[in-house]
Ligand binder design. Structure first.
Ligand code: ADP
Ligand code: ASP
Ligand code: MG
Length: 429
């Protein structure tokens, strides 16, 4: 018997057929104890984000948005269960929380409200999955991850309090496994010491699974996906990317840091620290090998391409031709930290500092407003950041064909280019 952690994302639980498939996968691991971390169903998180925004802005149509999330869940339940009364009542208790919140006037910060509403997605999906497991005869039990993962109060991007999380996980999860073979819990959410719900940042469920794997010393972790494994590029953007059979932790952390959407970037560290193997496997072909991420991988990789859309290039220049010196840079970086903006690429020249950031309209506005008191700030929007690991000339040339490269950085095995699409000019004959 081994202790394994499985993470199922939104796509793998988006409808009744996919949930049945998850049931079949878990059923085939009868010999093991399985901790399951699940994301919200399908596009539920996006729908809940709209509800949070609509409530905060007090716009029309809020009720309809909530009703739609409810009816989407009921539709799946009606297909999954013969008797739906018990599970509908469980979900209703969760919807009541949203109903109460949105009936009140807006008193709290947007980030706090966001976490209270958006976290419901994972609470709903985990209830449905656990009830379904029980209905097919699995000895499964539901666990509230907010009793385990403790965080600070940085709503929408909460930081994990590792000491408390470790001790709650050790006792809470081993207790739950005494009477259950499968535990279903939520990805993406946690709670403060005062039991206020927090979220770990979008796509954070992979990270949850990795935190829990670390805390309980799992034998291995597996992320089940709608792709054959980790590929050399996003199949939504490139034809025929190749599956990578093995990756080192180092290669995986680099790829995800540069924005490869297949795994959340924070996932790798806890696993590497304890040498826990990570598999990325296709949920529609569970016996396939997928990709294994571990300490031993290949040292030779084909070019791996990562595309980050919606990039903004911000240029910060001194007004009086003075150098952008270390004191200015220190100030710029403290503002980047204050507005929680992640630097994707940067360059400094004599009198300017150029930085490429993912578009976060509100936070960039606050950042540039403060800078404009002292510097001239210009922005170029709607750009793409292309990163190629293990690049070769042929790959780079094919990627920048009919595009303008605004900023380029080469370092060892990695090239990064900020590009703008340029319409191809055709000569009139
Ligand atoms: P989930 O939330 O269901 O776990 P995501 O949609 O977040 O899954 O991630 C899976 C998607 O990641 C794939 O459908 C694929 O389009 C995309 N993706 C981006 N880069 C890669 C890559 N290098 N390898 C595999 N998939 C990738
Ligand atoms: N449901 C959350 C999101 O869509 C977390 C996750 O899926 O990982 O961002
Ligand atoms: Mg996802």
């Amino acid at each position: 018997m081994e202790l394994k952690v499985f993470k199922f994302g939104g796509a793998s639980v988006r409808d009744a057929d996919n949930i049945k498939n998850v049931g079949a996968i878990v059923n085939s691991f009868k010999e093991d104890k399985i901790l399951i971390v699940v994301s919200a169903m399908g596009k539920t998180t996006n729908a809940l984000e709209k509800i949070a925004q609509s409530y905060f802005d007090q716009t029309k149509g809020l009720r309809e948005l909530v009703d739609k999330v409810k009816s989407d869940h009921h539709e799946v339940i009606d297909e999954l269960f013969d008797d739906t009364a018990a599970i509908k009542s469980e979900l209703n208790d969760l919807f009541v929380e949203i109903d109460w919140l949105i009936e009140d006037e807006v008193k709290d910060s947007y980030d706090y409200i966001y976490d209270q509403i958006v976290s419901v997605g994972e609470l709903l999906s985990s209830r449905v999955l656990n009830a379904f497991f029980n209905s097919i005869g699995l000895n499964s039990s539901w666990l509230d991850v907010r009793d385990i993962i403790k965080t600070d109060e940085s709503y929408r991007g909460a930081k994990v309090d590792w000491d408390s999380t470790l001790s709650f996980a050790k006792s809470g999860i081993s207790n739950a496994f005494k009477s259950a073979d499968v535990i279903v819990t939520q990805g993406f959410i946690g709670s403060t010491n005062d039991n206020q719900t927090t979220t770990l940042g979008r796509e954070g469920s992979d990270f949850t699974a990795s935190i829990l794997s670390y805390c309980i010393d799992a034998k291995e972790m597996c992320i089940w996906k709608d792709v054959p494994g980790v590929l050399t590029a996003d199949p939504r953007l490139f034809k025929n990317p190749i599956k990578l059979d093995k990756l080192t932790y180092k290669e995986a952390i680099e790829m995800t840091y540069y924005g490869a959407k297949v795994i959340h970037p924070k996932t790798i560290k806890p696993l590497e620290n304890k040498g826990i193997k990570l598999y990325v496997k296709p949920f529609n072909n569970p016996s396939a090998d997928g990709t294994l991420i571990s300490a031993e991988g290949s040292n030779h990789y084909p070019p791996v391409i990562v595309i980050e859309k919606n990039q903004v290039l911000i240029s910060i220049s001194s007004n009086d031709f003075s150098f952008i010196a270390e004191d200015h840079l220190a100030m710029i970086f403290s503002l980047l930290d204050k507005y929680r903006l992640k630097v994707n690429l940067m360059r400094n020249t004599a009198i300017s500092f150029i930085v490429c950031i993912s578009s976060e309209v509100d936070r960039i506005a606050g950042f540039t407003e403060e800078l404009e008191k002292q510097f001239t700030v210009t922005q170029e929007k709607d750009l793409e950041l292309i990163t190629v690991r293990h690049y070769n000339d042929e790959t780079v040339q094919s990627l920048i064909k009919s595009k303008m490269v605004l900023l380029e950085e080469r370092h060892m095995s990695t090239i990064q280019m900020v590009i703008r699409q340029v319409p191809l000019q055709q000569r009139i004959e």
